[in-house]
Design a protein around this ligand. Sequence first.
Ligand code: BGC
Ligand code: ZN
Length: 366
Amino acid sequence: MKAVAVLPGKKGSIHLADLPEPKVEDVPDGRGVLVEVLRVGVDGTDKEIADAEYGAAPEGYDFLVMGHESFGRVLEVGPNVRDIAPGDYVVATVRRPGSSIYDRIGLSDVTTDETYRERGINLLHGYLTERYVDDAEFIVRVPDALNEVGVLLEPTSIVEKGIEQAYEIQRRLKVWRPLRAAVVGAGTLGLLATLALRLRGLVEVTTLARTAPPTINSELVEALGVRYLSTREVPLSEAAEEYGPFDIIFEATGASVVAFEAMEALGRNGVLVLTGISGGNREIKVPGDRIMLGFVLGNKVAVGSVNANRSYFETGVRDMALAEARYPGWLGRLLTHPVQGLENYAEMIRLLTGERDAIKVFVEVK
Ligand code: BGC
Ligand code: ZN
């Protein structure tokens, strides 16, 4: 069976690997779900894996099968699987439990383990292949009506977790009612965060990104009734004066400069959610005293958020369904760049690294 793989740590090593056929019996206790892969999306993490900056092969292999944004259809289930049946559309979660106390209660997304296992990223093969098998616990059903956009569920789950974290934290304030939100970044995550905030009832949302409008991204933002600003024209600090104070800022750029700008732009009692994964070692100059003073005197919070457990995938399904009802066709417009077949992995990488107006690049596996 074909799979798109890399030799972790070796740049330019992307190739087609051969994997043995998975079987429902590979999963213990009759809990296996065998899935035929239909589509797989790729993102910045895949770019880093292909660039040999991230990722590790599973034990016993020198290669890692890529792909963590899956969408597929169930072929077969083990005898102890009741809530999933052949023919169902499904998405699999990414991280698998480790050994911390959080992992033991189903919250591997907040593990304190040093190393974590993530399918398609770290120590476990991913979904850029023809079929996979996994425990029913990690398989989330997607209603048939969402089959055209189901491949967006994994990135949606990341956004749902980030926003849920913010609301959980803000319960400290007893009567927190966010009115104004800012999203920084208008790639897949920024767009989905803009959507999720609108669906939560936030009326005044401002989404900022570098590129000057009009772009597909700015049009998608505006289609949600949200203001789009280019940070080249209106920096975040100015946007905060004009359209703030921001009760919540969702960062989805991965640029550390933006994280600190957002700390300053955040309103009193506000919460900043950081989700962008920064490159690594860049050093920047920041007005530390001013930021600290603002945080203390303004009772502000900043929280980092990574990965998502099953519950956020489920919230994601509900939000995607709501999105199709309120903004019909909007989600589908994010799927800008399809790649036909696993064998076209070179095209996948080319689009992922070089195509400026790509929002979501995804492989049509079948
Ligand atoms: C994935 C997450 C993962 C993170 C860190 C992201 O691209 O969507 O599931 O936890 O990378 O590896
Ligand atoms: Zn990802």
